[in-house]
Write a protein that binds this ligand. Structure first.
Ligand SMILES: [Zn+2]
Length: 460
């Protein structure tokens, strides 16, 4: 190449070279790439479809806010901070309203979507990288929730009916008096976990979002509610007249039909408090679940109680499930501040792993080798088994296979306290060590909103 060609500048770099650079950029730089010049914008647009399909390799931790920091105006309220595990640095990204610091995240998908609940307990799907956002059906449409509205139509309180308790339906009399909750308390009391069964995608020419489905595990009885694209209401997936199974976690199954085709809404596996697993078809309106795996208990004395043992379910590969029991102890004794009993905080002390295969139909104890070099991301908002994307030298800084990356999964503080350290850490299954993620210690002095794993994606 002659000197004169070199001197022509960034806009004239060969297209294949730009594409090669693009393929190697971390997500934040990808977002900025098209802003450089029209030539780069053109290359970016052409590569966009391929980029959207790229699997996110290195998750971010969305950090809690410092409640003691002086507010920096509206601008500060509208941003969120993300720690990149691979780079050990923090990105600050502007977020759409309502303010990120007022939202609780109850779901995080491998496609880059979060399910957030705002201060009125309304749920949205949010891509925190691109700012894309869509509202899910109103909380008041959950089958056991009523909204009481003021003259201006705004929700003043929610009524929570727990009359499904004995499995007899509501009948003539409510078995438990309706509980009245403030608009923001519903999200703490009811939203256990949201699972993005299928991610939204835009269809031209109207750019409307289609194809998505979100499964919501609802307390107090661990019921399953589902909302699909176009739904105006949440619908119960499990039978309201049957005894509650107390589902504690769910994971979408990898699925392809006999002809290799994919459906809009993939099947979902759910695990109950006893460790039993069922499979659901979220496409069907009222299809009963199919029993998949028998109960599974660990060595914890109170394995069925979430306070002592928190259960997560991931799919290792089609026909192979992994159940992770996260053993915990109460942590409040270590702090001067004494939480009320219902706000007890926990710290992780270890895990026990159980593998189920379709061939045996049974759970068998497993160790870290069962991950095959992948990493687990587990917490209140996520249950994901993710390949650790290594570079040519077989090295991915900051992210290691054979490790469990935990975020907090205690009963969230209603008081947005900052005196209890969130139970966030990396558990190395090889040596049992449990440490905060690299670069995160300073940011984990606060607890609200609870830190969340985010899998950055430009999709949507
Ligand atoms: Zn257990």
């Amino acid at each position: 190449m002659s000197m004169s060609k070199l001197a022509r500048g960034w806009a004239d770099l060969p297209r294949d070279l730009l594409e090669s650079v693009l393929a190697r950029l971390p997500v934040p730089d990808l977002v900025r790439f098209p802003a450089v010049c029209t030539a780069w914008q053109s290359v970016h647009a052409a590569a966009a479809a391929r980029l959207r399909q790229a699997t996110p390799s290195s998750p971010w931790l969305m950090l809690p806010f410092n409640p003691t920091a002086r507010a920096g105006g509206v601008a500060k309220l509208s941003v969120a901070r993300f720690l990149s595990l691979a780079e050990g640095r923090v990105y600050v990204i502007r977020q759409p309203a309502p303010a990120a610091r007022d939202r609780l995240c109850v779901g995080s998908s491998a496609d880059g979507w979060l399910v957030t609940a705002d201060a009125r307990s309304e749920l949205s799907l949010l891509n925190p990288i691109t700012g894309a956002q869509l509202r899910l059906p109103p909380a008041a449409t959950l089958p056991f929730v009523d909204a009481r509205r003021g003259a201006d139509g705004r929700v003043e309180s929610y009524g929570l009916r727990s009359c499904f308790a004995d499995g007899g339906g509501c009948g003539e009399e409510a078995l438990v008096p309706t509980e009245t909750l403030g608009p923001d308390r519903l999200r703490y009391e009811v939203y256990e976990k949201a699972i993005v069964v299928s991610a939204p995608r835009r269809v031209p020419p109207c750019s409307c979002w289609v194809g998505y489905a979100v499964l919501l595990i609802c307390q107090p009885l661990g019921r399953l509610a589902v909302a699909r694209a176009g739904d105006a209401e949440w619908a119960l997936l499990d039978d309201a007249d049957a005894p509650a199974r107390c589902w504690v976690d769910a994971v979408r199954a990898s699925f392809s039909g006999a002809d290799g085709s994919r459906r809009d809404h993939q099947p979902v596996y759910t695990v109950d408090a006893a460790g039993r697993v069922d499979a659901w078809d979220t496409d069907a309106a009222t299809t009963p679940s199919r029993a998949v795996a028998p109960p599974c208990g660990c060595s914890a004395r109170s394995c069925a109680m979430s306070a002592a043992c928190r259960k997560y379910l991931v799919e290792l590969s089609p026909g192979r499930l992994l159940q992770v029991h996260r053993l915990r102890e109460t942590a409040h004794a270590r702090y001067a501040w004494e939480p009320r009993p219902e706000h007890m905080e926990y710290t992780t002390t270890g895990v026990e792993l159980f593998e189920w295969t379709a061939a045996t139909g049974l759970w068998a104890r497993a160790d870290g080798r069962v991950l095959g070099g992948r990493a687990l991301y587990l917490g209140k908002s996520a249950s994901l088994c993710v390949p650790v994307d290594v570079d040519d030298a077989g090295w991915c800084p900051g992210v290691r296979g054979g490790c469990v990356y935990f975020t907090d999964d205690g009963p969230w503080s209603h008081d947005r306290c900052h005196e209890v350290t969130p139970d966030v850490g990396v558990l190395d299954l090889d040596d049992g060590s449990y440490r905060p993620p690299r670069g995160a210690a300073r940011d984990l002095l606060w607890k609200w909103p609870p830190p969340v794993w985010v899998f950055p994606s430009l999709a949507g």
